[in-house]
Design a protein around this ligand. Structure first.
Ligand SMILES: Cc1ncc(COP(=O)(O)O)c(C=O)c1O
Length: 366
């Protein structure tokens, strides 16, 4: 899609952020989470950029993994939602993909799989420790583990017990400790729990909960330079922006005190003002609910959004700029190296994940 806005991906930032994850959990192996087109950054490109540093990659579903294999990515790939059909199992066997088994239907599909897998599927057994999204009840961990260990289609030596944390981004939330205890209890019923390979931590777990590190970490959002915590800035975690969203100024106007701005005339100029119109709106992944006052970076200075976000334009107050410092054609940064995407997300009452994914869908990527 050709639009005036564009995103630039910063390879050195992606590599730096993955190294930060490894540094935070030095005894763990690293599964870089590149689902949803690497949170909008481009899965194939991101896998290539992280290839030498990651021990493997994680995606949501089989088609995402097939795209990576077709592009020549040969590293281990985990399917976080696992298989949904016999066709998925065939694809997983053909493309050598690690499954996640989280329900009985998936077990039945494995039982019914009629083609002998030559070495057995590599499988993560997912336990629901409290998020209630995917996973077996912890009471069933030992039974299902036993079933998978002795399954003719499963590589028993490669089983990984996993769970996912629901509240690790809130450092004072008791639920994370409860989930970790629940996971530890679930392990106890399994023969030789000390030899178990385990995977728990997302970005917030990696940076905030050392007890969650275990054998395999699964960093996602931190790879892209966003802080997983609402209470801290990316700089505090030494994370660097992996995506910059830019768009050009396409008009500059002088407005009078009392003039309305944008749809719904929700904003009136409190004094005479100069505004710039930037060719970026919700069709480009910029959040429609970004409030007046949301920062926009123009020529090394912060300006502020005024009025409603339109489909492909926003209006920015540039009254404080010297005339010579701002012109039609100048590129504004909506988020990126100078403005953290977390600030924009907060201002729009959403999360960076959503903004990055949406911009990745909408914009041309450089
Ligand atoms: C199972 C699982 N592990 C890890 C991650 C990565 O999480 P984050 O992006 O918060 O690091 C996700 C993302 O939602 C996930 O679903």
């Amino acid at each position: 899609m050709k639009r005036s806005s564009r995103i630039t991906i910063h390879p050195e930032a992606l590599q730096h952020n993955l190294k930060r994850a490894k540094q935070a959990a030095p005894n763990s192996k690293t599964l870089a989470v590149i689902k949803a087109d690497a949170y909008g950054h481009g899965a194939v490109a991101t896998a290539g950029i992280l290839y030498e540093i990651a021990d493997g990659f994680a995606v949501s579903c089989i088609p995402e993994a097939v795209e990576l294999r077709d592009a020549g990515i040969t590293k281990p790939i985990t399917i976080l939602q696992g298989h949904q059909s016999a066709d998925d199992l065939r694809a997983a066997a053909h493309f050598d993909l690690r499954l996640t088994v989280h329900n009985d239907r998936q077990l039945s599909l494995l039982d019914q799989y009629s083609h002998q897998h030559k070495t057995g599927f590599e499988v993560n057994l997912k336990i629901d420790t409290g998020m209630h999204r995917l996973g077996f009840h912890p009471d069933r961990a030992a039974d299902v583990f036993q079933k998978l260990s002795s399954h003719s289609q499963v590589n028993a030596d490669q089983l990984i017990l996993m769970t996912h944390l629901s509240c690790a981004d809130e450092l004072d939330n008791k639920i994370t400790k409860q989930q970790l205890t629940c996971f530890a209890d679930a392990e106890k019923g399994i023969a030789s729990p000390t030899l178990l390979t385990k995977s728990i931590a997302n970005s917030a777990g990696i940076l905030g909960w050392e007890d969650s590190h275990s054998d395999w970490i699964r960093p996602g959002i931190m790879l892209y330079g966003s802080s997983p915590f609402a209470t801290s800035h990316r700089d505090e975690h030494d994370l660097k922006a992996a995506m910059t969203l830019n768009a050009p100024i396409i008009a500059i106007h002088d407005l009078k005190k009392g003039d309305n701005i944008g749809y719904g005339a929700t904003w009136q100029c409190p004094t005479d003002m100069k505004v710039a119109i930037i060719a970026c709106g919700y069709a480009d992944g910029y959040p429609r609910h970004a409030a007046s006052g949301t920062p926009v970076w123009i020529n090394s200075e912060e300006a502020q959004l005024v009025g409603r976000v339109s489909m492909d334009m926003i209006v920015v107050d540039i009254s404080h700029f010297e005339d010579k410092n701002i012109q039609v054609g100048d590129l504004a940064e909506l988020w990126g190296k100078n403005l953290s995407v977390d600030r924009i997300a907060q201002s729009a009452d959403t999360i960076a994940y959503e903004l990055l994914c949406n911009a990745g869908i909408a914009c041309e990527r450089i």
